[in-house]
Design a protein around this ligand. Structure first.
Ligand SMILES: Cc1ncc(C[n+]2csc(CCOP(=O)(O)OP(=O)(O)O)c2C)c(N)n1
Ligand SMILES: [Mg+2]
Length: 388
């Protein structure tokens, strides 16, 4: 049998290597491990060219907002115990994610938060009383979403993922370079809306950053019962979306990774998914008893990975923070909490009929009927009180 030149070429190991197509999954998720720039004890890890460290001044401001955010969070939890708040889902332990995300976007970008993102919203500069209005049960949303470019906090899981895709697509369609940043929890990535939103964004190259805070629980359901995927970042890969994992308790890495993800979306390259590995330190909300489904040793292990301590250690070592500046920031946080306490103790007067305002631009017949029903019930109750 004679050997043809083609057969020789096929057999050549050099040619075989050259013919191997690049693995597209690897280009979408280049690293199997989360990006980390600070070790758990706050010492810097080797510099990475792909993730340059944010400027020292930005990191100092990040630290300040994380401290204020934690103090806000503690105050909000206390307000539930005093009956001033109906419910509060704490973000304790997730401050690097919440503050890093809002620092990575511009004021003109849009943020789509879940119920868990109160700390992100106060870090974005929204009045803390307005942030808590929904959770106090007074109104649909305490702030004007259009003014602060922040959607109302979303309780139905993952619905914000489709809203973000739609807004980002619309903005790009009109020639603006707005980016939409959608927060989402680990559990909510099992919801259809997450998949529909990210698929739409990928196909239409909508500038959305999907930021998954994997805090290891969906109420009592641990991650191991939520997914068999090695990482939630693979959910981005499945839709052709570049993805990255990050240590969610490393503030420097979170900011660096999100900054790059936002730049990718703004450059017209389509969506990006970031999965942050973090931990929900508190129960799901004040109404939950986490000791029924997780043990204290696990929580203690994560307490040692506190993101605020980690950043403080690093910034002190770099000379960006010292005793005086740390004390000054702590004092600012106390003033902030005292003001929140005072204003939350004032009883708001809310007209129950205003519940029906702003639901639709034009109220539907059903809404008008319901409004009339409430009005009649209130009038009857007042008449009864008058008779008594
Ligand atoms: C569509 C929908 N299904 C179920 C719920 C009930 N629910 C509220 S929070 C939650 C867990 C969500 O977990 P995760 O997405 O991990 O976010 P986390 O609370 O940990 O921030 C569930 C199931 C809901 N709010 N909406
Ligand atoms: Mg979760």
């Amino acid at each position: 049998m004679t050997t043809t030149p083609q057969a020789v070429r096929r057999a050549s190991p050099r040619t075989r290597r050259a013919a191997t197509p690049p693995d597209p999954a690897r280009s979408l998720l280049p690293d199997a491990d989360p990006v980390r720039l600070l070790a758990e004890n706050g010492t810097p890890l080797p510099v990475r060219a792909d993730y340059p460290e944010p400027p020292a001044e930005t990191l100092r401001e990040m630290y300040r907002r994380m401290v204020l955010g934690r103090r806000f969070d503690t105050q909000a939890t206390a307000l539930t115990k005093q009956g001033r708040l109906a419910v509060y889902p704490s973000s304790r332990g997730q401050e690097a994610c919440q503050v890093g995300a809002v620092l990575a976007v511009r004021d003109t970008d849009w943020v789509f938060p879940t119920y868990r993102e109160s700390v992100a919203l106060v870090a974005r500069g929204i009045d803390p009383v307005e942030v808590l209005t929904l959770l106090r049960g007074d109104w649909h949303c305490g702030y004007d979403p259009a003014e602060v470019r922040t959607a109302p906090q979303c309780t139905p899981l993952a619905t914000q993922c489709v809203h973000a895709a739609g807004l980002a697509h619309g903005e790009a369609y009109q020639g603006r370079d707005t980016v939409a940043l959608a927060f989402i929890g680990d559990g909510a990535t099992s919801e259809g809306d997450f998949h529909e939103g990210i698929n739409f964004a990928a196909v239409f190259k909508a500038p959305v950053v999907y930021f998954v805070q994997n805090n290891r629980y969906a109420i009592s359901v641990p991650l191991s019962r939520q997914t068999a995927a090695p990482s939630l970042a693979y959910k981005g890969v499945g839709y052709g979306v570049p993805s990255e994992q990050v240590d969610g308790n490393d503030p420097v890495a979170v900011l660096a990774v999100l900054t790059r993800a936002v730049a990718h979306a703004r450059a017209g390259k389509g969506p990006f998914l970031v999965e942050a590995h973090t931990y929900r330190m508190e129960p799901h909300t004040n109404a939950d008893d986490a000791s029924r489904y997780r043990d204290g040793a696990e929580v203690d292990a994560w307490r040692d990975r506190d993101p605020i301590t980690r950043l403080e250690t690093y910034l002190r070592a770099r000379g960006v923070l010292d005793d005086a500046s740390v004390a000054e920031i702590a004092e600012q946080a106390e003033t902030y909490a005292a003001d929140l306490r005072t204003r939350m103790n004032e009883q708001p007067t809310v007209d129950p009929l205003s519940l029906f305002d702003h639901v639709y631009a034009e109220p539907t017949p059903q809404l008008i009927e319901q409004r009339e029903q409430v009005r009649a019930e209130l009038a009857a109750a007042r008449a009864e009180e008058g008779d008594a």
